[in-house]
Design a protein around this ligand. Sequence first.
Ligand code: 5AD
Ligand code: SF4
Length: 481
Amino acid sequence: MAKNDYSKYFTKPSIRDARKRKSKDTEILDFNNYFNVKGLGKNRTFKIETYGCQANEADTEKIKGILTELGFSESAILEEADLILLNTCAIRENAENRVFGELGRLKQYKRNNPDLILGICGCMPQEEKVVNRILQKFPQVDIVFGTHNLFKLPEYLETVILSKERVIEVFSEEGNIVENMPRIRDNSKKAWVNIMYGCDEFCTYCIVPYTRGKERSRLPEHILKEVQELIKEGYQEVTLLGQNVNSYGNDLKNLDYRFKDLLNDLYEMDIPRVRFTTSHPKDFDEETVKIIAKGGNLMPYIHLPVQSGSNVILKRMNRKYTKEQYIQLVDWIYEYIPSASITTDIIVGFPGETREQFEETLDLVRKCEYEGAYTFVYSPREGTPAATYEDNVSMEEKKQRLYELNELINDGYLKGTKRFEGKTVKVLVDGFSKNNDEILAGYTENNKLVNFTGDSSLIGKIVTVKVVESKTWFMLGEQID
Ligand code: 5AD
Ligand code: SF4
């Protein structure tokens, strides 16, 4: 749709600038001040493809909210949409390759429909090399914006639609907080609630601190108001989102309110389930464990990425904890919350990881009794320190390590479901199972998938179920009462 000349919007990102952390206070912007082109989407449809983590899923809900306010409606079929946006992930190379493949495929839609607007947003555009590749190889892309400026989408669409100019605008600055964004949530019972944005950890393998800016916490009153509204709308579960939820509030100057306070306040509220992700072991202390141990709506499920079981590798990853400190935390969790389920993230094949160091990771996995894990082969990310580290481990060896690790993790999954066999669990029912529309599917407090027979009136409710059989990835149950 757009001509090849650029609009007034042409700003490329820079990894060097994205690394900077100034002491400038975070600004809180009001979305309503950026929203002055209502009606622009009348008689137009959109489709968004989302890649990556929950932060992206939450952003997609905001983009859908903006587009709906503009008058767009969601198209059921990708090919028929007037606007296609790819909300992308930069965490590993294979995620990026999928997006470039998809952009190539979407070229043909553009041929069939020259008015189609094609956009890319999210984490990938925060990388200069990605923007350069789009400029060189993908002239069919009309809009490129990053994670810091999705609130300006109305302006960008106005430029592309009315002036037929291309928009490339990606900021590398540390980022602000934008409140009052409209939102079309994906699920009517379970909601993501951002409690903070960005990351200040700079783990040496990770691109996130560059793509999502500095760590900045939302004000408690904004978070609690959002949860209050969700309760009014009948939501049953909130998941608090942040790259390191345990450091929530550290940047709130003049305010002594931290993650523990937030958990305590939510514990008092009328929302049946509170979850949070992601926890960083270095900031997760004994007192936080004790608060979660109060139970109630604070769910006994903790995702606690360890990344490696070797102190040498942890140090080179800049994780800022030792294996011993991590195990201490896990011990507290099992001591104060005996029913807890813990899952983790692990990277194998970090540059220079020896066989012995990998085996330390296997030992740690056995010790921590994880009931699940996301496991990855290390993927170098340009601009991060680890991308420059010497690596003498072959890809074949890395894949072998991943295989061995996954075998062990799968044992943990099965043990984690087996321990519930014959027990009674509470299931928040999501809907019918994918393969059978007489069987309901939902998640327990420990985040285990359960299938059981029941009718549609149970969808969205918390139902008591007896587990009759446990498989590795799910449990079969029967409704009681
Ligand atoms: N290579 C492989 N895995 C990575 N992760 C983050 N960066 C990389 C990388 N460069 C993993 C970490 C993190 C999860 C979200 O993704 O395990 O916890
Ligand atoms: Fe990446 Fe580490 Fe921040 Fe997680 S805590 S987003 S792994 S830098």
